[in-house]
Design a protein. Structure first.
Length: 274
């Protein structure tokens, strides 16, 4: 005899599970944000409001340098990953090859490699074989290895259903490949490129494992925060965490507004035939 929950009880159970999941995910973020504005960071309730953590963050020159390096790392990785992913998806979907399966496997392989292994292997390659010191360029290249896979998957979801006949028609009427891309292809796929850029920027900006082994003595926000933990949790770390979380939520809010307004669908929709 099978036991079936009433529909109301089933909805209550499902809603409770979803609520607990959201509480588990977002309460720590809310706690850190509130603690960054409180005089007592150990237990900030009730909150005694203060800007001391943010003032100390503004005065610390190490945080300024770390933020600049993290921005360079994130932007460089995002631009390079998105560009390479777009070229890769074009080559895989538009052109036939008997090696397509092998190529796809090589493209997605970094997704199954731990960040620590990528960082250590890049360190060994640069230090022992190429004799290249750790710097921001090597860190961008190493982070691109991982971020490229995510960017490729995001761009592929849009280009998978793209109507390539639009490009062929433009070339028939005299448009070159570059003009066709910027006037026909890019206006249709730009939401996917924006999504890939945002995701890869966040991944590389917050990355510690790969950047730690490839940057040498160059500080980033994750490495500075990790190093500060040896001396205990300081109020500045709460401020850094709150600001980073706010930036991520802002990116998600921008994507949500673009989708709700119809400006971007982040997924290609074929137009109706007239």
């Amino acid at each position: 005899m099978q036991f079936a929950l009433p529909k109301v009880a089933h909805r209550l159970l499902l809603g409770s599970i979803v609520l607990l999941a959201y509480v588990f995910l977002y309460v720590p973020i809310l706690h850190i944000t509130l603690a960054s504005f409180s005089k007592d960071i150990v237990w900030p309730y009730p909150i005694r409001f203060t800007w001391n953590a943010y003032a100390a963050l503004l005065k610390g020159t190490i945080y300024h340098e770390a933020l600049w390096n993290s921005l360079l790392l994130g932007l460089g990785t995002a631009v390079l990953s998105t560009a390479l992913a777009t070229l890769a998806v074009f080559s895989v979907l538009k052109y036939r090859s008997r090696w397509k399966g092998v190529i796809l496997f090589l493209f997605v392989a970094p997704l199954f490699v731990a960040d620590v292994l990528l960082g250590i292997s890049t360190l060994i390659l640069n230090g022992l074989f190429l004799e290249i010191p750790g710097n921001i360029v090597s860190a961008i290249l190493a982070n691109t290895v991982r971020a490229f896979t995510y960017a490729m998957l995001i761009v592929a979801t849009q280009l998978y259903r793209y109507n390539w006949k639009l490009d062929d028609a433009a070339m028939v009427f005299g448009a070159g490949p570059i003009r066709t891309f910027f006037e026909i292809t890019l206006p249709n796929i730009w939401p996917a490129l924006l999504g890939a850029f945002i995701v890869t920027f966040i991944l590389s900006f917050n990355n510690l494992d790969i950047s730690f082994y490839t940057l040498g003595a160059v500080p980033t926000l994750p490495s500075v925060a990790w190093g500060s933990l040896r001396f205990g949790i300081k109020p500045e770390l709460y401020a850094i965490a709150a600001l980073v979380n706010a930036a991520v939520l802002l990116c998600l809010a921008i994507m949500f507004v673009l989708m709700k307004s119809g400006t971007a669908g982040f997924g290609y929709k074929e137009g109706r035939d007239d």
